[in-house]
Design a protein around this ligand. Structure first.
Ligand SMILES: Nc1nc2c(ncn2[C@@H]2O[C@H](COP(=O)(O)OP(=O)(O)OP(=O)(O)O)[C@@H](O)[C@H]2O)c(=O)[nH]1
Length: 883
């Protein structure tokens, strides 16, 4: 009974194998029928097995239909994409044609199965003998089946051998051959189409044929094994289910085929999706194709643009630009900056004009200033303006006296040290006409302003003392005025003096091209006395005449521009600047940028100390309201609004600071020595601080003129205001000392200077400062040596000793002689030899020094011709401090 139970039990997979249906389908069916099964390993009793087989039998046709469908999918997907109807038609044809061995085999199996089923049904009621018979029959069937498999295997091997032997032949031929063999009824054209299809898959572009993909394509023909031609094998499939050549071919079970069907479906879905994506990508790409857009008429470029920037401007791909440049011989990439020439070349290549973009830097107030100057020249609202005059001349020829006379004040007597220090400007009125005098006599200040680009002087009045005549600084002043192309009016001064000879001065000046009008020249000469005021008005008349000739004009309606004459820091008012308005009208409240400072004109005061609300051209005014102290010769420009003025001022201050830092970096302890050595020059570094800008400049110029045997002054920093910590730090780092003129150090700066050992010198008279510096510089000079005779000796005895030479026994008559002394041998008043003491002894001992009244023995280097009664003069070189 037990045995019969075992015999009767059947596993699902066995049933599936018999039916040649995949396990899952059978399991599902069994579940459908209400059998208690879990997997293909679950067992069924005979009745259940029969029921199951019967169920499949009734569904056979439906199963076939499904099979057909799946087969269509495989074959169609692999080869081409015909319409659905076409697919069906094709398949049915193939189906009819494929009377192959495999189907036979299936049919046989089915027959046998049916038979078995029948037997099994009978078996329910049959006797054990009959069951044995059935068993034998099954055995026989299995043996037949294995025989059939062996045959299949043999034919596969045969095929592989064929395959290997024809390895050299083309793959296409293989495919054709296989196709022919497998589907003899299909036309040559169809085969060709399939081959082409297998070579060129019609899938989406993004699936590029790769060697890996091509491989199975060739293998697609492999399944067309003569021994088992099936409709599936007849068409090349993408499935990789054929194994490697030579490997045993496994029969593809139904469930695997189904799985491959699924994977095929999935692949097609993927392909479709990819195709869709590709299409959308193509759609998306379209707007980036700028080739269609026309080129601009002119390429407005900036130097330093790269291919990407130019691509945007030219409506071209950067790659195209790079290619174009490459063709022009310029190797570049998309990000590399291109120079002006290259961009122009590129524009020419495209056949368009190139124009460089002009940048307007509003922080460049010099340009704005020049623009306003140019605008005023073209303006129709120009009116006459007062001339701006600078007085020049040799020292003590009466410049300050004249300026004082002109403004009816007497400054010179209060000046500390007697040298002009205060700087400013004032206006003198004559016959309702104004003349502006710059209160900075001397050509140094004049040229200093010029050097900074401030050419504010219209006329130079050259003061020459009639009693002194042309002096060096007179000539210098002429040269400076001439180089600035400023006309000169000569004021021959001190004509009140008894020894005055104005004509001599006029004669002298002719040498320098200043010929009086009376003598046929074009230079105005006025004989004056600054002291008495004689002819001073004539001088003013002449100045006005000269200005008329020059047609000095300005437009008071335009935006004001000006130049700083003087600037200082006032305790109560902050930054104060004396400004000469040159064009336009400066008003209280105007937003301004002055040099590197900015602000709004808060209070405006004229040269008489009166508050004014506006200042017209050539008017000097003192203004407050700046954020910092500007420098003299700085330009003043008015802006539309305070915000712009602020940003410009801040930008300029930042730039100036950066520049200053760069300069400071150059003066370091590390490189100072190298620099000096390289230039073979010694320098005294000085940090200079003064109360007003004018004093700074005057002192700076005076100090820089000092030259003591090649050693010169180097002002590393000059500024207005108290000596602060920054000054001390700079001086300390640069091994410099500080000069303060009319200023004092702050408390912290003082203590810092003490701790760092920085020397601060304070003065209120310029020449005192100069003297001190000069003295200090002399102290720095290389010491000079002077010969000093220290003693006189008389030779009393001589000894000649071999290897030593002549030894002199001498008596010190006066002074002393040392072992290091120089010694002169004098015989009959004539110096016989000048050399050095080689050895000095008393008795047998070496001594350092022998004084007056003692005998000594000595030898002289390289000299043996010493004779009795020779006079010896001992001397040494002593350092002499420079005077
Ligand atoms: N007799 C006479 N003396 C004059 C005249 N002008 C100037 N002086 C005197 O000459 C001296 C020098 O005059 P300053 O005006 O200081 O000369 P300066 O050219 O300004 O000299 P520095 O400021 O040192 O360059 C003073 O003592 C004046 O009084 C003049 O017309 N007649």
């Amino acid at each position: 009974m037990k045995e019969s139970d075992l015999m009767a039990k059947k596993r699902i997979y066995e049933v599936a194998k018999e039916l040649n249906i995949d396990n899952k389908t059978v399991v599902d069916k069994a579940k459908e029928l209400g059998f208690d099964v879990k997997s293909h390993m679950s067992s069924l009793d005979d009745a259940q097995a029969d029921k199951l087989v019967e169920a499949f039998k009734s569904n056979k046709n439906a199963g076939k239909a499904t099979k057909k469908k799946s087969k269509i999918k495989i074959s169609v997907g692999a080869i081409r994409r015909p319409s659905h109807n076409e697919k069906k038609k094709d398949f049915s044809k193939n189906k009819k044609r494929s009377n192959n061995h495999r189907n036979d085999q299936e049919q046989n199996r089915n027959k046998k199965n049916n038979e078995r089923r029948r037997q099994n049904n009978d078996n329910k009621n049959s006797r054990p003998a009959a069951r044995d018979l059935l068993k034998q029959l099954q055995h026989k069937q299995r043996a037949e089946s294995s025989e059939l498999d062996a045959q299949t295997e043999r034919s596969r091997r045969q095929w592989h051998e064929q395959q290997n032997s024809s390895k050299g032949t083309k793959k296409v031929e293989q495919v054709k051959k296989a196709e022919k063999k497998s589907i003899p009824s299909v036309g040559a054209e169809a085969v060709k189409a399939r081959v082409e299809a297998s070579q060129k898959p019609t899938g989406p572009k993004i699936i590029k044929p790769s060697p890996a993909r091509n491989k199975p394509k060739v293998k697609k023909v492999e399944p067309v094994i003569p021994a088992q031609p099936t409709p599936e094998n007849a068409k090349p499939s993408r499935k990789k289910d054929f194994g490697k050549p030579g490997r045993k071919k496994r029969e593809v079970p139904e469930y695997e085929r189904e799985r491959s069907e699924h994977s095929d479906k999935a692949r097609r879905r993927r392909n479709k999706k990819n195709k869709r994506n590709n299409q959308t990508q193509e759609v998306k790409k379209q707007p980036t194709q700028r080739k269609e857009r026309p080129l601009p008429e002119t390429l407005v470029f900036e130097e330093g643009m790269n291919a990407q920037d130019l691509g945007k401007l030219l409506h071209r791909e950067p790659a195209e630009i790079v290619k174009k440049l490459f063709m022009l011989g310029v190797m570049t990439n998309q990000n590399q900056s291109l120079d002006k020439d290259t961009i122009e070349l590129l524009a020419a290549e495209y056949g368009i004009d190139a124009q460089e973009k002009v940048h307007e830097d509003i922080s460049d107030i010099d340009t704005l200033y020049t623009k306003e100057v140019e605008a005023s020249k073209k303006s129709k609202h120009q009116i006459k303006r007062p001339p701006v005059v600078t007085i020049m001349g040799h020292v003590d020829h009466g410049k300050t006296t004249l300026l004082d006379r002109l403004r009816h004040t007497n400054v010179s007597e209060h000046e500390a040290g007697g040298i002009t220090q205060k700087i400013g400007a004032y206006q003198v009125r004559l016959d309702d006409r104004l003349i502006t005098f710059l209160d900075t006599p001397g050509h140094a200040a004049f040229s200093n302003m010029r050097a900074r680009g401030a050419e504010i002087t219209d006329i130079v009045v050259l003061v020459v003392a009639a009693d002194d005549g042309v002096m060096p600084q007179t000539i210098e002043a002429i040269d400076h005025a001439k180089s600035a192309k400023v006309p000169i009016i000569v004021a021959v001064n001190k004509i009140d003096k008894p020894g005055a000879n104005p004509d001599h001065v006029m004669e002298q000046l002719m040498k320098y091209g200043l010929v009086p009008e009376d003598w046929g020249g074009d230079t105005i000469f006025v004989k004056i006395s600054a002291k008495t005021g004689k002819n001073v008005d004539d001088l003013l008349q002449m100045i006005l005449l000269q200005s008329d000739v020059m047609e000095l004009k300005a437009d008071p309606d335009q935006k004001a521009i000006g130049t700083v004459i003087e600037a200082r820091l006032d305790k109560g008012r902050g930054a104060v600047a004396d400004v000469l308005v040159q064009q336009g009208t400066l008003k209280v409240g105007d937003p301004i940028v002055v040099g590197d400072t900015f602000g709004r004109v808060r209070v405006m005061t004229n040269d008489k100390g009166r508050r004014v609300k506006k200042a017209t051209p050539s008017t000097p005014v003192e203004i407050t309201g700046l954020n910092d102290v500007p420098s003299s010769a700085d330009k003043l420009v008015v802006f539309d609004d305070e915000k712009t003025a602020r940003s410009v001022g801040e930008q300029r201050a930042k730039n100036a600071l950066e520049k200053q830092r760069e300069n400071v970096q150059h003066v370091t302890l590390d490189n100072l020595f190298d620099t000096m050595k390289k230039e073979n020059m010694k320098e005294v570094d000085i940090v200079l601080k003064a109360d007003v800008q004018g004093s700074v400049e005057a002192l700076q110029q005076s100090l820089e003129k000092i030259n003591v045997e090649g050693v010169r002054v180097n002002i590393i920093h000059a500024g207005v205001g108290a000596i602060n910590e920054s000054d001390v730090t700079l001086a300390g780092a640069s091994n410099a000392f500080i000069i303060g003129f009319n200023v004092r150090p702050t408390a912290t700066a003082k203590s810092q200077a003490e701790s760092e050992g920085v020397d601060i010198r304070l003065y209120n008279i310029i020449y005192k400062a100069m003297d001190d510096v000069e003295a200090a510089m002399k102290g720095m000079l290389e010491p000079t040596y002077e010969e000093k005779v220290t003693g006189n000796l008389t030779v009393r005895e001589t000894w000649k000793v071999s290897k030593v030479g002549t030894i002199a026994g001498a008596f010190v008559d006066s002074g002393y002689i040392t072992r290091d002394s120089g010694v002169r041998v004098i015989r009959d008043g004539i110096v016989k030899y000048d050399g050095k003491v080689a050895s000095l002894k008393r008795f047998k001992d070496d001594v350092k020094e022998v004084k007056q009244g003692f005998d000594c023995g000595l030898t002289i280097e390289n000299f043996n011709d010493i004779k009795i009664d020779d006079q010896l003069e001992a001397y040494e070189m002593q350092e002499v401090k420079p005077q």
